[in-house]
Structure formats: C-alpha cells, structure tokens
Design a protein around this ligand. Structure first.
Ligand code: AMP
Length: 291
C-alpha cells in the first residue's frame, strides 16, 4: 500500500498533488481506478465503500482529508475526530492501493478563488443551517476527481443530499466517471454509522436512536398507505424526546430535493432528517420506494 505524501518526504516543495501525478503515471495507466473520498475516522460505512471499490476496480485510492471549506465558523472542524494510525490499519486490511492525505495549505493556497455552486440542490435541508457546506463539498470532490481521474467514485447514501449534489455536478460538467451509490450501513440497533458518533456520550448515544426509529416508523406509515408528508412527519417525530434538537425532517423528491405536499405512490420519495443531540449534529435518511 502506497501512502502519499511519503511519510518522510524530504522536499516539502514537491507537494502531494505532484507526488500523486507521478504515482499515477507509473502505476495507473490502463487500470480501472476507484476513488473513495473520506474525512477519515473510518468505520464500517467507509469500509463498505472501499469493499465495493475493491470488487469493481483494479486500483483503489482512498483519500483522507478533513476539508476546511465545508465547515462554517463555530462548527466542529477542530473537534472532528482524526485517527490516522487506525485509518491506515483499516486501509491495509481492506487492501487499498493508495492512501492520500490532503493538506489544506496545498489544496487551498491563500489566493484560491474558485467556487462551485449548485443553488437548487444545496440551499434546502442541510444547506439552510450550513449554507457553505455543499459548495465546500463539491469543490473538494471536483479537485479530487481532477487529481485522481478515477473511473468510478464511491459515495454513501448516508449523505443523501451530498450524493445528489455530486451526481448532478458530475453530469452537468460532463465529468468522465461513474458515481456509484452505496447503501447506508447501520449499527445493529439502527443508528446510521458516522465518524461523529464517537462524540456521543452513552446517554446521547441512546437518544440518537430516535432518528433512525422515526425514519423506520415513517416508512411503515408509507407502506400502510399514508401519503401526506405532514402526517408522516407528525407521527414519526412524536417519538422524539427534548434531547433531540430537530433541524429538519423533510419528505423530498429523490432527484430534486424539493419538499413534497403529497407523495405520489408511483414515484416514492426520500425522507431526510438532521438533529443535534448533546452538541453532536447527526443526519440520516430513508428511501420510500414507489408502491
Ligand atoms: P465522510 O468521511 O463522513 O465524509 O464520509 C465519506 C464517505 O463515506 C461519504 O461518501 C459518506 O456518504 C460515506 N459514508 C459515511 N457513513 C456512511 C454509512 N453509515 N453508510 C454508508 N456510507 C457512509
């Protein structure tokens, strides 16, 4: 397994982007390259993406970079868990070919000026409370796509709005790669796996279950014939205790992320939820399949 930048690199000036290009020239021509982009603190959700890439590609590149442009002032950039050694162990166990650690100064020099915006997909849901977020995500993902030139890039449905933004950017800008959707991996009790879960104390960890439970309940209501988002929301979130500071619970169209007044049985929908529990912001979602 190759690690970039080289741990004992002597010429700091070469830069990880330059090292990456030379790695690609030597190793990657004519190979199918799969990219798994992460912020580290790897868990089973990330592993499922790596495994899928391992099955479908000749080379698997894993990026680990806590991307500053997707965090706003007062958010958890400095608290975000960073577990380099453990991540490298997981990458080795999953037979990753290349692990690349991003460097903020190199990715974003002082006079960096470019922005990537998808206003119709990024203003709602998480975008309401995190207006900078998807522009930051799309910017780093587009940079990674250019640096790695992957044939396939693997993203989790756990971050559904992010996935839809990345898919649309890929289509709109005619990027020559396939974005592969990977299903949400959950703990045995239903909590969606997230790097932020380690910041939940035992009491908050219990409260956090309210999110997945409300989504499972919402799907049941849908399967029983309920088509009204207001009714679904009311009944599903009735389970929440005061520990759950709800940001949103929205039934939206799967492709455009527009809030629905009624769910058309033949089209289905997706329900996205976000809440803060004891200072930790969590998101989750569930697909309402057409019926
Ligand atoms: P992150 O490190 O949180 O930025 O996530 C990196 C990638 O892993 C993103 O594509 C996420 O959607 C995906 N991911 C994170 N958690 C899960 C999960 N529980 N199930 C599936 N994919 C996940």
């Amino acid at each position: 397994m190759k690690i970039l930048p080289e741990p004992n690199r002597s010429d700091g000036a070469a830069g990880s982007a330059a090292e990456l290009r030379s790695w690609k020239r030597e190793i990657a021509p004519d190979k199918v390259v799969g990219l798994v982009a992460t912020m580290g603190a790897l868990h089973e959700g990330h592993r499922s993406l790596i495994r899928r890439a391992r099955q479908q590609c000749d080379l698997v590149a894993l990026t680990i970079f806590v991307n500053p442009t997707q965090f706003g002032p007062g958010e958890d950039y400095s608290n975000y868990p960073r577990t380099r050694d453990q991540d490298l162990e997981i990458a080795r166990a999953e037979e990753v070919d290349l692990v690349w650690f991003g460097n903020s100064d190199e990715m974003y020099p002082d006079d960096f000026a470019t922005r990537i915006e998808l206003p119709s997909l990024s203003a709602q849901l998480c975008g309401e409370s995190r207006p900078h977020f998807f522009a930051g995500v799309c910017l780093i993902v587009l940079k990674l796509f250019h640096l790695f030139e992957p044939d396939r890039a693997y993203f989790g449905e756990k971050d559904y709005q992010q996935l839809v933004n990345i898919e649309r950017m890929t289509r709109d800008l005619d990027l020559d790669l396939e974005v592969v959707r990977c299903p949400i991996v959950r703990e045995a009790d239903g909590l969606a796996m997230s790097s932020r879960n380690v910041n939940l104390n035992p009491a908050a960890r219990k409260e956090a279950l309210a999110l997945s439970r409300s989504l499972f309940r919402a799907r049941e209501l849908w399967m029983e014939g309920e088509e009204c988002p207001v009714q679904i929301r009311q009944q599903a979130t009735a389970l929440y205790s005061s520990a759950v500071e709800l940001d949103y619970f929205e039934v939206v169209d799967r492709d455009h992320l527009v809030a629905l007044e009624r769910i058309e049985p033949g089209r289905g929908a997706v329900i996205c939820v976000a809440a803060t529990i004891d200072g930790v912001r969590l998101i989750d979602n569930i697909q309402l399949e057409p019926r």
